[in-house]
Design a protein around this ligand. Structure first.
Ligand SMILES: NC(=O)c1ccc[n+]([C@@H]2O[C@H](COP(=O)([O-])OP(=O)(O)OC[C@H]3O[C@@H](n4cnc5c(N)ncnc54)[C@H](OP(=O)(O)O)[C@@H]3O)[C@@H](O)[C@H]2O)c1
Length: 319
């Protein structure tokens, strides 16, 4: 099968399109013919690790797994002998977080993994582009007590994680202020933001509004710059570790003082979440945000674009 492979860490050019052996499903696995996948920031973070913790998981000097890609949509081609819940021909979507392997024509995933039947109202390209952003957004959103939280600010609302945070917070009934660039104002309003701050004109940290929760979905601010905007008892989340990994230390210390706290939850995917995402999509409560799509053959160009940090939503790879 065709796959985008990498044998060493480095720039997008370490990716090589190759013929590799087609995987065979184990007894509890399904073999999926992938129709669409994405290049996301998780792929970039594992291809060129900035943090030691990534190398501890992925391989200290070179990657142990040689195909990136953690979300996909496609069709089941074969099932292992113990598989009960899927059959050949089922159209599926989901995640293979940290196991990767979706930048290829085929992947094997456990029947119990984070996959389910594709929402009927989405194309394969759209279905491939929802799960990673939603799963990462859910990491923060599931901690928020929306009965007591009304006002929430989401910085980087036009990214993959940010656009998912806006849609989920809207679903749970929050009043959302979103921060994005001029070109994305109408998009983030359509996703559910009540108020938008254009970061190319105004600095949201200088605003005089007070929020129950701030989610920095693009990791460009800091708790110290946002502290005055957070209510006593309120929470600051960031998708990045921050200068000198400060968000880890702040997440250990600030909850002890019961005032304004930083939380830094670790993302984790599950089948239950994917089933919930399918329900949201089918009820019309969630839509895919796609910036561009590229064929698998142009994965280096796609990766360069993702790494620019300027994508709106998601970048799809058509396999
Ligand atoms: N915690 C985790 O496990 C995890 C996993 C994956 C990714 N991440 C991190 O999460 C962050 C977001 O990733 P993503 O894929 O959602 O998005 P992304 O590719 O980083 O896109 C960011 C979006 O934010 C906008 N943006 C750029 N600078 C901004 C600023 N100063 N203020 C407000 N918006 C700004 C960009 O819009 P314009 O082009 O219009 O400026 C773009 O639409 C990245 O830093 C990534 O490294 C964390």
């Amino acid at each position: 099968m065709k796959a985008s492979t990498y044998r060493k860490y480095g720039p997008p050019e370490v990716l090589q399109l190759k013929e590799v052996e087609k995987p065979t499903p184990k007894d509890d696995e399904v073999l999926i013919r992938i129709y669409a996948t994405t290049v996301n920031r998780t792929d970039c973070g594992f291809r060129k690790p900035e943090y030691l913790v990534v190398r501890l998981v992925s391989g200290l000097f070179r990657p142990k797994k040689n195909i990136l890609g953690n979300e996909m949509s496609g069709e089941i081609e074969a099932v292992g002998k113990n598989v009960k819940t899927f059959k050949p021909g089922d159209q599926v979507f989901g995640l293979n977080t940290f196991k990767f392997g979706t930048h290829a024509e085929y992947v094997c995933i456990s029947e119990k993994g984070s996959i389910t039947i594709k929402p009927a109202n989405m194309s394969f390209n759209e279905a491939a582009a929802v799960c990673d952003g939603l799963m990462l957004a859910m990491t923060y959103i599931r901690i928020i007590d929306f009965k007591n939280v009304q006002k929430i600010l989401i910085n980087g609302a036009s990214g993959s994680i940010g656009s998912a945070c806006v849609q989920l917070a809207k679903y749970y009934g929050a009043k959302i202020t979103a921060v994005c660039d001029t070109k994305n104002i109408e998009l983030v309003k359509s996703l559910g933001a009540e108020k938008v701050i254009d970061y190319s004109k105004d600095d949201f940290t200088k605003d005089n509004q007070i929020y129950d929760v701030i989610i920095d979905a693009v990791g460009k601010s800091s708790f110290f710059r946002c502290k005055n905007l957070i209510k006593p008892g309120g929470t600051y989340f960031s998708t990045e570790l921050g200068f000198l990994s400060q968000n880890i230390f702040l997440a250990l210390l600030t909850p002890l003082f019961r005032r304004k706290k930083v939380l830094f939850p670790i993302p984790k995917d599950s089948k239950e979440d994917i089933v919930f995402f399918k329900k949201l999509i089918e009820e019309g409560q969630y839509k895919a945000v796609i910036d561009r799509s590229y064929p698998l053959e142009q994965i280096i160009e796609a990766t360069r674009y993702v790494e620019s940090g300027r994508k709106t939503g998601n970048v799809v790879i058509i396999v």
